[in-house]
Design a protein around this ligand. Sequence first.
Ligand code: FES
Ligand code: FE2
Length: 383
Amino acid sequence: MIAETEMFDPRHYEAVRRPLLDAETLPVWCYTSDAFYRREVERIWHKAWNFIGAADRLRAPGDYFTITFAGVPIIVLRDKEGELRAFANSCRHRGSALLEGEGHCRLIVCPYHSWSYHLDGALAGAPEMQQTHDFAPEDNALIPLALGSWGGFLFINFDPDAAPLADYLGDLPDKVAPYQLDQMACARRKEYVMECNWKLFVENAKESYHIATVHKQTINKYASAKSSGYWVEEANGEYCITFAQHEGSMALLKGDGGFPINESLAGRREAGGTTAPLIYPSTYLACTNDCAWYLELHPLGPTRTRLVHGALFPKDRLTRNDFEDVAKNYYKRWDITIEEDIVASERQQRGIDSPFARPGRFSHREPLVHEIDNWILDRVLDR
Ligand code: FES
Ligand SMILES: [Fe+2]
């Protein structure tokens, strides 16, 4: 393994910087080393707008959920006025985590010495602090974090100087506007913990080369790379995007019944395919013609990643009597193919974690793997 002091010297990455068909894949330490991971946390996760799921998870004032994102424990909640807010999940007294899991509360009460906070973060009570000199409640509110929303999705940013979410997304909202994502509801959320570096799963999600092998019995039967194209389209923003043309829904296995095509796509090319952006660094979104889904990644360490899959359907599908019965076909397709991709990514991690593993070469079907890897290098390397 390369020395940590050497690791971020651009000279080691010259081969990745070449055009796709002359380039090599990232050095293997990018997928295994603690130092490379720590640099990604500092320069990517703590700077980017990070996707944290669908806003409809917080329906009523007082609803909250907690997550630890790239090592930072946070609370996301809907306050009394209905406004969505995010805070560091750290008590202002002596730092205890305040809330766990998800739930509903009217006041946030610290489980250590019972300091309490209103849902807007203001300190509500601090027992027996009267004798403490110059103790100012207004200086002891929860630390707020930047929270943005688009299309019914939530994003957090740990960088107080970050540009707005709208700048980050660029023209992505226009590109996926026909799908009316904000008119969809998240019907199921499923979590996995994967024993692999986050980049392996992201790279997999944005290349069609593996479909013929890994998804031979599933996706390949109705949307093979050759028949569907998977064209890379132009992107102006912190994302990349593909469009695949195919019959039927990308979210069903061949022969399974589903919901009608999304009415908002009538007469558009989107009715006959799937638009799939990857919002950098790691949020995969797939908008097919009858539903959509997201893949949210939380980095847990150099070789461990939490994956959340969210299933999105137009809201009125959820009120149909047959919703659960029909939705089962979609869940089956997602469960099978996600498992196929996790197995492939974890197997790749095992092969890469070897003193004999070497960078490889790209096929013409992996332009976005190359693009994602270069986006990462633009941020983590020394200049
Ligand atoms: S750490 Fe929260 S009240 Fe003491
Ligand atoms: Fe896949």
